[in-house]
Design a protein. Structure first.
Length: 144
């Protein structure tokens, strides 16, 4: 039973982390708690993490990353395509960690526990047992 709860805890922890970051970008957190606090600030930070990209595509990159984070979070919460969502989330977090390390420094990666979140996301994808997942309902339906 322990693996089931562990996977559920990891799924919700990673998903809530993604949702919190997205909420921050849209100004949904109190300014004193916020990393970005607004969409323009997040777009600017996206430019800092991607200095090799043309400035004109940075808003698109910010929107794509935010969309992926929202989709991954929702999939992890409901347990839809859990393994794929977890792997996508892990890769996204790993790319984020590398971008941060090369632009703003390794300490920020460690302070924000980005590697921990990436590891948790990859771990979700390795736990095959399903618990409170839409995937288990769908797999039963297709088996019958």
């Amino acid at each position: 039973m322990g693996k089931y709860f562990l996977k559920l805890f990891l799924r919700y922890s990673v998903a809530i982390g993604f949702l919190s970051a997205c909420a921050d970008r849209f100004g949904m957190w109190d300014a004193s708690l916020s990393a970005w606090g607004s969409w323009p600030s997040f777009v600017e930070y996206t430019g800092v993490l991607n200095p090799w990209m043309p400035e004109s595509v940075i808003p698109l990159v910010a929107a794509i990353v935010t969309s992926i984070e929202l989709i991954v979070a929702i999939c992890l919460i409901v347990g839809y395509k859990t393994e794929l969502a977890a792997k996508v989330g892990g890769v996204l977090l790993l790319v984020f960690a590398l971008s941060m390390a090369f632009t703003v420094g390794v300490k920020k990666v460690l302070d924000f526990s980005v590697l921990l979140a990436a590891g948790a996301s990859f771990a979700i994808g390795l736990i095959k047992e399903k618990y409170f997942e839409v995937d288990s309902v769908l797999s039963e339906r297709y088996r019958n």
